[in-house]
Every structure is written in C-alpha cells, then in structure tokens.
Design a protein around this ligand. Structure first.
Ligand SMILES: [Fe+2]
Length: 510
C-alpha cells in the first residue's frame, strides 16, 4: 500500500498558495461584470434564461401554505427530494463564464403527511465564505479565470460542491468532482466539513457520480486528469474506506461518470484530452481529438490491478444509466452519447452570457455492449437526438440488469418556447416502448429521479420531475406514476418562486 506522500507524488497535486488574493485581476473583473450585463440584456428576449439567473439570496424556503398543491402526494412517498447544481452564478455582480462554474445550490422538497415543504441554500463552502468576506470573487473555477492564476489552487479551497447530492452511511454529501465530498448538516443543509476518507486521500478528487452497490458499498473515483490518474474508491457500507487504488489513465481524458457491474468497474475514456501545456481555464485545457478514438477500461472489482482495455469509436458521454454482465460475460450498458463535447464548450457558455445556444449538440440515447474477451464494442441508438440526457434507473439495482430508464428529451417538435429539455420519458430497452410526457411550452425539465416502490418490476414506483416555468417564474415538482408517465402527473407542487436549473438529485427516504 502506497503511503500518502507517494500517493500524492504520483498524482502531482499542485498546491499554489492562496495568500495575498484580494479579488479578480482587473481584466477578469471587467469581463465578469460585462457578462452580468449581457445576461440581463438577453433575458427579456429569451425569458427561458431565467433557468441560469443567479440565486439572488443565500437561502429560500416555503411552507405548505405558500406552495400550491394539485392532486395528492402518494401515501407511500415519504422523504425528501434533494437536488444540487450551480446556482450562485454571480459573485457580487461578477458573472461566471460557464454553467458549471457557480456555487452549489442545494434544495429539497420534503414530502410528509400529504404536504410539501421546500427549502434551499447556496452551500457555504470555504470558497463561498471567503468570497463573501472579500465581497469579490477570489478563485478560478471550471471555466472562469478569476485571479489570473492557473486552475491548480488546492482543490478544496475552490470546491463549490455544485454537481450532485447523495446520502451514504447516514451522511449527506454534496459532490463536486475536482475535490472532496462536502458533508452537509441534514437539518439545515449548511456545510459541515470536507470528507477525508483516509489521510492519504485527503483533498483528492471524488466524483459527483458514485455508484451504490447492492451490499451498500459505495464505489467512486477521483479523476486527476492533470496527472493522468484515476483514483478508484471502494467505500464500505459504514462510510469507511476499504481501498483507494490508483489507475493509470495516461491519455488524460475527462471522466465524469462510470459504471459498475457484478464483477467490474468500467470507465469510458473518451478522446477529450487534458493538455498539460495548454494555458487558460481548466476547460480550455481540454482538447477534442477524435482521431485518437476512445477506450473502455474494464477493472476487476476485487483486483483493480487486473484491467482490460477495449478500443472504442470517438464519442463523448456525460452520463451512463446502468451496466451489467449477461450470462455470457458481455457487459451491457446504456448512456447518452454525443458526437463531440461542443455542448459543453459552446452552449453552456452562451446561456451564461444571455445568448441563444448555437444548438445541435445534443446526445442520443444508446444501448451499448462490450465483450471483454473478444475486445469488441458495439452500440445502437434507441432514441436519436438532439437532446437525450440524465438516464436514471432503479437505484437499488446498480450493476444488475435493468430494462427501464427514465430520461429527459429535448424534443424540437414539442412546441416549447425554449431550447432545453421538454419531455420526461420512461424507456423500456427490451420492448422499445417509450412512455413520455411533454411539459408545458414554458416549462424546462431537469433531471428526473426514480423512486421505486416494492415489487419485482424495475419501473414500479414514482418519477419525481422538477420543472422551471419561466413564464410564471415558478419551480414545480411533478410526481408521475412511473408505469404511466403519459397520463400526466398525479400531483404537482408549485413553489412561490423560481429556483435556478440544477444538475443532479436523489430521493432520501424517511
Ligand atoms: Fe453529471
């Protein structure tokens, strides 16, 4: 077992001192203020940009008397839908360049006794607190140069905790992917501390997309693209670290999500490569090189030194639904694949400066298979783009066969008055059936969350779907019977305010 020094040395984690920071360099500050103005200029013409408006207060809350409820909350749906995403898009009038830059906004819908409560807050990370004290942005982010230094300050000093939120081993964790998991107070949602799984992994990247095994083990990874390494974490059901293993990924691809099966951990290494010599923001240092092709890295769960590499065609993927091995050992999985990552490098910047996205960069929903013994890969498109994203399956069946997934679609024929997600769909990969509901023309849908009920079917339960109605400036929670999405929601709770669009969420029972 490597000690911390060797572990860190092999990761080559840089730790630039933060002393002397007093705010953004003049050119950066001017650009950030101009971007805030550009966004306000674009908003009246493109009112759907409300989804990317900054959270204008550090907290929000609404009690049942302030929340309009149509229909009835299912009696067996008890707990909280928690969501997270960048919501602090501006720091004292300085607007970030990219959707993924902002401070984490965590919020929750608590369902109890047939009523809905809502609350949320910008996560008060050390980064957020330091900037509040300075009354200025201080730190570089994913795609905004704030201080003119490179994106290699100590990871947790710039950690916005802004991608996902999960509960594991009784801890509520807000997840970024460039630094540690952030533990939140389960009552107030306030930041408690960064999670250190072991001294040797202190401050190392921890993914926003851990996978929960059926025995309660949490598998995760840390992508240190700058070092050409992936840290594979195996966390016991009680929250303690079983192992942290370093995997070589010398091609330094961007890795956002991964998969588990009964026996394996699988990484898809796309040809979106980190260039150590490049200058600019973290995102600007990535280069799309389709000529290099991709690779699947299949790692043995019990012996991470046992790995197979399978060549893939070039594609970019953020999110996988699920993966499993069939009886012949073939690994099957579903994902939302893009021809290239230009949605990230263009659309998600354009919305931040109040512009219409160039578009046409959406993903298709694909069913793929890898044969590790033959070293082969194939896939078919089940739903063609543009715009299939956020595949979610039965949360207790990670690594086991699932036939159903909930996904979001951006259907250009849905009559929407915005360019984002229009439709919630339950897809059955075996029958090819798609059970879908199109939201209102001024409603933008976010990632849906599947909450299973008892039963053998992997689509028995409820689908929790949040939408932002930019015309009414209201966020809604819609609850669907997962076996009958097309009939529409059985309940709709409308908040008295709009919450900026987020990224990921999960349901916590209780
Ligand atoms: Fe994600």
């Amino acid at each position: 077992m490597m000690d911390r020094r060797a572990f860190m040395t092999s990761l080559a984690v840089a730790g630039l001192g933060l002393a002397g920071k007093s705010g953004p360099a003049l050119a950066d500050a001017t650009e950030m203020r101009r971007r805030a103005l550009d966004f306000q200029v674009g908003l009246p013409e493109r009112p759907w940009l409300l989804g990317w408006q900054t959270m204008d207060a550090p907290t929000c809350a609404a009690e049942p008397g302030e929340i309009s409820l149509e229909g009835r909350i299912p009696a067996d749906l008890k707990g909280s839908l928690l969501r997270n995403g960048p919501g602090g898009h501006e720091v004292f009038g300085h607007r970030y360049r990219h959707w993924f830059d902002g401070d984490g906004l965590v919020h929750r819908f608590r369902l109890a006794d047939g009523q809905v409560h809502h609350d949320g807050r910008i996560i008060d990370t050390p980064k957020w607190r330091a900037e509040q004290a300075a009354v200025a942005p201080l730190f570089d982010t994913f795609d905004t140069d704030v201080d003119g230094l490179s994106f290699n300050s100590t990871p947790d000093s710039i950690n916005p905790a802004n991608i996902n939120i999960i509960r594991h081993a009784g801890r509520l964790l807000a997840l970024w992917e460039g630094g540690s998991a952030a533990e939140l107070d389960p009552q107030t949602l306030a930041f408690r501390s960064f999670v250190t799984l072991s001294p040797k992994t202190r401050g190392l990247p921890f993914s926003a997309h851990p996978r929960l095994d059926r025995d309660g083990t949490l598998w995760s990874f840390g992508h240190a693209g700058y070092a050409g390494k992936i840290v594979l974490y195996r966390v016991r059901p009680d929250g303690t670290l079983h192992t942290a293993h370093l995997i070589d990924a010398t091609a330094t691809p961007l890795v956002h999500d991964f998969m588990i099966t009964e026996r394996h951990v699988i990484f898809i290494l796309t040809p979106w490569r980190y260039d150590r010599k490049a200058k600019g923001t973290f995102l600007e240092r990535y280069d799309w090189r389709p000529e290099d092709g991709g690779q699947a890295l299949v790692v043995d769960k019990d012996d991470p030194t046992s790995q197979r590499i399978i060549d893939l065609p070039p594609f970019w993927t953020y999110h996988f639904g699920n993966a499993w091995e069939d009886r012949s050992g073939i690994i099957r999985f579903d994902h939302c694949g893009y021809a290239d990552p230009s949605a990230t490098t263009s659309d998600f910047r354009q919305v931040m400066r109040g512009e219409q996205p160039t578009g046409g960069h959406g993903a298709s929903y694909r069913l793929a298979q890898i044969d590790p013994r033959r070293g082969s890969f194939s896939e078919e498109v089940m739903i063609d783009g543009p715009g299939a994203e956020f595949p979610r399956v039965h949360p207790d069946r990670m690594g086991q066969r699932t036939d159903h997934a909930v996904i979001l679609l951006a259907d250009p024929d849905a009559g929407a008055e915005h360019p984002h997600f229009t439709t919630t769909a339950m897809v059955d990969r075996e029958s090819g059936r798609i059970d879908a509901f199109v939201h209102g023309p001024t409603e933008i849908a976010e990632e849906a969350v599947f909450v299973p009920t008892t039963g053998a079917n992997d689509n028995a339960g409820w689908v929790l779907q949040t939408v932002l109605d930019f015309k009414d400036a209201r966020t809604r929670l819609k609850i669907f019977d997962a076996r009958d999405i097309a009939s529409g929601p059985v309940a709709v709770a409308t908040l008295p305010y709009a919450v900026p669009l987020g990224l990921h969420g999960n349901f916590v029972k209780g």
